[in-house]
Write a protein that binds this ligand. Sequence first.
Ligand SMILES: Cc1ncc(C[n+]2csc(CCOP(=O)(O)OP(=O)(O)O)c2C)c(N)n1
Ligand SMILES: [Mg+2]
Length: 374
Amino acid sequence: MNPSTSLPSRPADLLPSEVPLSLIDPAGRPAPEGELTMPADEVLQRLYRGMVLGRRFDVQATALTKQGRLAVYPSARGQEAGEIGAVLALREQDWLFPTYRDSMAVVARGVDPVEVLCLLRGDWHCGYDPARERVAPQCTPLATNTLHAVGLAHAATVKGEDTVALVLLGDGATSEGDTHEALNFAAVFNTPTVFFVQNNGYAISVPLAKQTHAPSLAHKGIGYGIRSVLVDGNDAAAVYAVVSAAVARAAAGEGPTLIEAVTYRIESHTNADDATRYRDRAEVESWLVKDPVSRLANYLTERGLLDEQAGAALDATAEAQAAQLRARMNVDTVSDPRDLFRHVYAQQTPALRRQEQELLAELAVTEATEEDHR
Ligand SMILES: Cc1ncc(C[n+]2csc(CCOP(=O)(O)OP(=O)(O)O)c2C)c(N)n1
Ligand SMILES: [Mg+2]
């Protein structure tokens, strides 16, 4: 297939706004009229529901690390508007390409939470069927998913399918070569890809100021001729609006969009990190007052779209889901050590075959010893 032959638009058409676009201010009041349209009431209620359930899932997953049921968990607390807003903007036939940070987004897409946490429990690389769910495995090597998303989107175009690929990545991942190759390919081949950068302020302990000198991460799209959008990443309504518009443009053959959502990672990088070693409590507190969940709750309450009873019912559902997740995650998994050697290569290499034989010999000795002790 030939690359797009149309010339890039005027640079000014591609530039992000100077301040992040928003629809609801941190106090929950409607933001001044701008270029975005407020999603329908029913969408706002779904966004709120997704964020409340997502936050409870996130708290539960962190607790599971303390009980030894998860090897590691990168929390998305504080990023609920991005995780839920972006995913709810997808159509059924679209694909999601998440990172290790985005378990909440994958659950919001409808994947069984236990299957999602399989990776972080250390059982399998991916506990769900990516093709069935239209969700790629959560990537740990930074930015590799950008290339996969562009590849899938391009393949869909070649096959004449109406499929958009939404890829989630972090601020740090925008420094990776893979991201730049993906952006360039997406622009040149006009692929239906939406790049959703969650700028949460940090790449582990590296703050944004030490990561880039770009005016914003959204500006990184301009050099490639990609339309770029800067959005308030704690405003679920605004995130939903910009991602929906980008998905619609991509589906209409108008090419990729790069969206930077400005947000904040409230917790440490993972449960294995201690963020107090590299950032002040005051900084965290300055973001707690911009909380995405209470922001939308305030807005909905003011509009008469959320009352105490509905809030309590939703909290009860979130508790019930967390209890169910706890119970299911407390069941020991049975794993076969030989699985280590399966699915590595279609035809096993001699080195792997040797290692497998060694393991089998060791297992035979262990089993014999256990038998003796009975
Ligand atoms: C290619 C690669 N290099 C380095 C790492 C180690 N690493 C894991 S997470 C991380 C920080 C990523 O930060 P960001 O992209 O902002 O995502 P966040 O964790 O904040 O969601 C790094 C450097 C990695 N996983 N992959
Ligand atoms: Mg980050």
